[in-house]
Write a protein of this length. Structure first.
Length: 274
């Protein structure tokens, strides 16, 4: 099967975007794994299937390991730019349907390198929404993972996140916490550091991927965790710096969408055989 794709990246989080309806119907986990293989395929953190269905723009994500997360913040920005640049949508802003529900998006500066803002879904700390096998929300909950003690805040951004502001051995804690039995559907793990008035640094171990250059939902979850644990005020844009670069996160009231703004870039077009 020949797959026509366009490669995008958002702060180094890279994806193969496919908008052909026939290919979308044919592509599954095995094909995504082959495409994302960095030695034998094109290489990427995931495949983004997108288009317009019954008048509604949509996006579906397949991770590099073939799993299907509900949401991908960097992927949303890349797909929003792709659909806007390709003329699939003309409204500004517009709603993009995902497996985590619709998200409002705004392409502020179209072009090969675009500036895209996303109104992410409202966050939740309720254990049932992650899911998390706990009776109460985790806010700086002390736990032990891989022989290390740390405090964790658990946040759902439509997908599950565990965020810590404690210094730990990331290479040990990330993969161990991802598959911790207290998170039945596994979890993304955020390591925040260098907290300062304007923001903080962040590294994210993504479930099904590993450490990535950037994670949009992870940045939002870390922003929520900072607010919920008293490390940051509500309603102010915070600069969250990931290995791939910075983005701005604004956490409002508990039932309000988290706003995320950052770049998305078109890298190249191609055809691959899988």
């Amino acid at each position: 099967m020949e797959v026509v794709f366009r490669k995008y990246q958002g702060l180094g989080n890279d994806f193969l975007v496919v908008d052909d309806p026939d290919l979308i119907a044919a592509l599954g986990p095995a094909e995504a794994r082959a495409l994302c293989d960095r030695h034998l395929g094109v290489g990427g953190d995931g495949v983004l299937l997108c288009g317009v269905r019954k008048g509604r723009p949509f996006m579906r994500v397949i991770n590099a390991d073939g799993t299907t997360p509900q949401m991908c913040g960097n992927g949303v920005r890349c797909v929003a730019l792709h659909l806007f640049e390709g003329g699939h949508v003309t409204d500004a802003p517009f709603e993009l349907d995902t497996d985590a529900g619709p998200h409002r998006v705004q392409v502020h500066a179209p072009g090969p390198v675009g500036d895209v803002e996303v109104w992410m879904r409202s966050p939740s700390l309720a254990p049932r929404d992650l899911p998390l096998t706990a009776e109460a929300p985790w806010r700086d909950e002390p736990i032990e993972v891989a022989g290390e003690r740390l405090r964790v805040t658990a946040v759902s951004m439509g997908n599950p996140h565990a965020v810590t502001f404690d210094p730990v051995t990331r290479e040990r804690v990330g993969p161990a916490l991802e598959i911790d039995e207290r998170f039945p559907e596994r979890v993304n793990v955020g390591f925040a550091s260098n907290t300062r008035p304007g923001g903080f640094d962040l590294a994210v171990w993504e479930r099904g991927v590993g450490f990535t250059q950037a994670c949009g939902t992870g940045a939002c979850a870390a922003g929520v965790a900072a607010v919920e644990t008293g490390r940051a005020p509500r309603g102010e844009a915070r600069r969250v710096v990931l290995p791939g670069g910075p983005r701005h996160i604004t956490v409002g009231e508990p039932d309000a969408p988290v706003r995320m703004r950052g770049p998305a870039a078109r890298v190249f077009d191609g055809v691959a055989r899988v």
